[in-house]
Write a protein that binds this ligand. Structure first.
Ligand SMILES: Nc1ncnc2c1ncn2[C@@H]1O[C@H](COP(=O)(O)OP(=O)(O)OP(=O)(O)O)[C@@H](O)[C@H]1O
Length: 213
């Protein structure tokens, strides 16, 4: 499986669809609009952070199991980023370190229980869409999900800034599978068909180098 990674508004959902269409494989999306915990979490992160994390863990394990049958299936977010986000939430006092430790241990246990074929536990390729903090803020504003708006909760500015910074070091340290980075500032693959073509070419050549295509 191929997994997309990147901060809020990086374009993971759009690239998942484009890439699956291009490869003739199946896209897997985590629906934000149907997530009943997310608005609660934004309103009261201390209370709902752990519940949200367990919700995501459950959903992502389902996705991983469902996408097993084809190496080129595309998932719109990796399970590894949840750990990054939860660790950050714990560091910011939005979850306790005990909750973070329990989550990490549960994640490890559940990954061990996945079916045996070792290659299927880790993705075949992780694609990180890197966007600047400015682009991230613009996209969040443009998309207009009310609970994500800084006007409604000014503390989100710092939350988003910290998240954006942490993604870069997270990506550099990531070693669970082959990986590549797409420059989401340079290539606006949603608005610009030429940029989309370049991005798909970059991914194609990585997949060929990995003998996946
Ligand atoms: N593990 C997590 N912990 C806390 N919040 C999370 C976590 N995963 C996702 N979210 C929240 O869920 C919402 C959707 O995030 P996500 O980045 O998956 O999709 P997106 O914003 O639609 O991204 P894209 O535009 O790249 O498709 C955001 O508000 C994000 O903060």
């Amino acid at each position: 499986m191929i997994v997309l990674a990147g901060t809020i508004g990086a374009g993971k959902t759009s690239l998942t669809q484009m890439l699956a269409d291009h490869l003739g494989s199946k896209p897997f999306f985590e629906s934000v609009d149907d997530n009943p915990i997310l608005p609660l979490f934004y309103k009261d992160p201390q209370k709902y952070g752990f519940l949200l994390q367990i919700y995501f863990l459950n959903r992502r394990l389902d996705e991983i199991k469902d996408s097993f049958d084809n190496d080129l299936n595309v998932l719109d977010r990796s399970i590894f980023e949840d750990a990054l986000m939860f660790k950050m939430n714990a560091d910011l006092g939005r979850a306790t370190h005990t909750e973070a430790d329990i989550y990490t241990s549960l994640l490890g246990n559940m990954m061990e229980e996945l079916p045996d074929q070792a290659h299927q536990k880790a993705p075949n390729l992780l694609i990180h869409i890197r966007v600047s903090f400015e682009t991230m803020l613009n996209r969040i504003k443009q998309r207009g999900r009310s609970f994500e708006q800084i006007e409604n909760d000014p503390s989100l500015y710092q939350y988003y800034k910290t998240l954006n910074q942490r993604y870069q070091s997270w990506y550099e340290a990531y070693d669970k599978s082959p990986k590549m980075m797409i420059d989401g500032d340079q290539y606006d693959f949603v608005a610009d068909p030429q940029a989309a073509k370049v991005v798909l070419e970059q991914i194609d050549s990585k997949l060929s180098a990995l003998n996946l295509k």
